[in-house]
Write a protein that binds this ligand. Structure first.
Ligand SMILES: [Zn+2]
Length: 263
């Protein structure tokens, strides 16, 4: 890791923050309609990235047709093999488009911001919903988060993971009160305090606020029910939970993300 970091030209690296500077966090929410929404703690939206690059939807339509065509051929026949090869090439093309897209967006975000906050990658309940789980894995969020982490490390920046029980979607980013009636269908977040915002925007702002508000959430009612062992308050600077490079970020698998500190 240290060698990789030194290979990146110093001008590409973020300037070191002065000690005591704990601002500048940008929350990145994986939107339900957008691929990602990035916002600062003061509510400024820094990026809104469409769900998928255009070529991907074209390719996906084609892929469905190819799969159908293959299913109509007799197994083992020459035609079947040809159709299978065609489908295989498409899977490859689709994967490349996704990969390219994820790299582009990750580059853009880590270039612009040295401090990023992302949602816990295994938000309880989310992966229990099969359709939603598929939607999330379709946009390759796990790969994307991995890219963010290692690209940010090259640049000397930070990626922090908010704890899974932090209600980034349901919390009002203006007054801090959670809205328990918010459902997945609600596109707009409305709070009794009068605050109103796009759902994904509100979540991104909450994530940006995580480093500042986390002490209020530092104790889960039941540590085994979702909170991490690392939730205990530690001295300043050691409680940010950045994720490590070598670790998998297993969203799709539904396993837990192990946060560890990276030197
Ligand atoms: Zn409010």
């Amino acid at each position: 890791m240290a060698t990789e970091a030194s290979e990146l030209h110093s001008t590409c690296r973020h300037h070191a923050r002065k000690s005591g500077d704990d601002g500048g966090w940008v929350g990145i929410d994986r939107g339900l309609t957008a691929f990602a929404v990035a916002a600062t703690a003061d509510g400024t939206e820094r990026a809104r990235i469409a769900a998928a690059p255009k070529p991907l939807s074209t390719e996906l339509g084609r892929q469905r047709r190819l799969a159908k065509s293959m299913s109509r051929k007799q197994r083992g026949s020459h035609n079947y093999q040809q159709a299978a090869a065609r489908l295989g090439r498409h899977h490859c093309r689709v994967a490349n488009i996704r990969r390219h897209f994820a790299h582009q967006i990750a580059n853009r975000l880590v270039k612009a911001h040295d401090r990023l906050v992302v949602e816990d990658l295994n938000v309880a309940g989310m992966l229990g919903n099969r359709r939603l789980a598929r939607a999330i894995s379709d946009v390759g969020w796990a790969d994307f988060a991995r890219l963010l982490v290692y690209k940010q490390q090259w640049r000397g920046g930070t990626v922090t993971v908010a704890d899974r029980w932090y209600p980034s979607s349901k919390r009002c980013s203006a007054c801090g009160v959670p809205n328990s009636t918010l459902s997945l269908a609600d596109r707009v977040f409305i709070c009794e305090c009068g605050f109103r915002a796009d759902r994904d925007h509100n979540a991104a702002v909450n994530l940006a606020l995580w480093p500042t508000v986390q002490q209020n959430f530092s104790r889960s009612p039941d540590p085994r029910a979702g909170g991490r062992v690392t939730n205990v308050r530690r001295r300043e600077g050691t409680d940010r939970h950045p994720i490590g490079i070598g670790e998998t970020v297993p969203v799709d698998a539904g396993t837990e993300v192990h946060a560890s500190l990276v030197a």
